[in-house]
Design a protein. Structure first.
Length: 121
């Protein structure tokens, strides 16, 4: 009977494990979030609303195929300012970043959060 209970709890545990395509640990996720804000943000804007590069927001990215975005991140775009990142990111990490961008899961930067609305000191 004890064994049965063990199996049941094991199954429960497994069924609650979140399924993600790109499996990146939390420490690396934080590094990647920092990386996106600072390195990608230098062209795409600190709040990813665009600058030299286009906006990287769910509104502009969610309809595009994930593989297309991952490929852009890894290989860059020839004859544009978008550089390749494959020397700094693994395929899994680029996939994770693309997913975060498409779903709008990258939190606003400290800078954006601290910015007070105009006329409201
Ligand atoms: C030196 C400037 C620069 C940096 C740094 C940069 N990008 Fe870009 N990125 C661009 C430009 C310019 C484009 C548009 C290329 C084009 O015209 O097709 C672009 C395009 C993209 C696209 C395609 C967007 C779309 O709508 O098709 C993605 C995704 C992207 N960048 C992600 C990133 C990520 C992630 C990083 C950081 C790892 C990053 N970029 C860093 C300049 C940059």
């Amino acid at each position: 009977m004890k064994k049965m209970r063990f199996v049941v709890s094991l199954l429960t545990l497994l069924s609650f494990t979140p399924i993600t395509i790109a499996d990146i640990d939390t420490v690396r996720q934080n590094e990647l979030l920092y990386f996106v804000k600072h390195d990608c943000g230098s062209c795409h804007g600190l709040t990813l609303k665009g600058g030299l590069g286009p906006a990287l927001l769910p509104q502009t990215l969610s309809a595009k195929p994930e593989s297309y975005l991952v490929n852009t991140i890894m290989e860059g775009r020839a004859n544009t300012a978008m550089p390749p990142w494959k020397s700094m990111l693994t395929l899994d990490e680029a996939t994770w970043i693309a997913e975060q961008l498409q779903q709008g899961l990258i939190p606003p930067t400290q800078l954006a959060r601290n910015k007070k609305p105009a006329g409201n000191p």
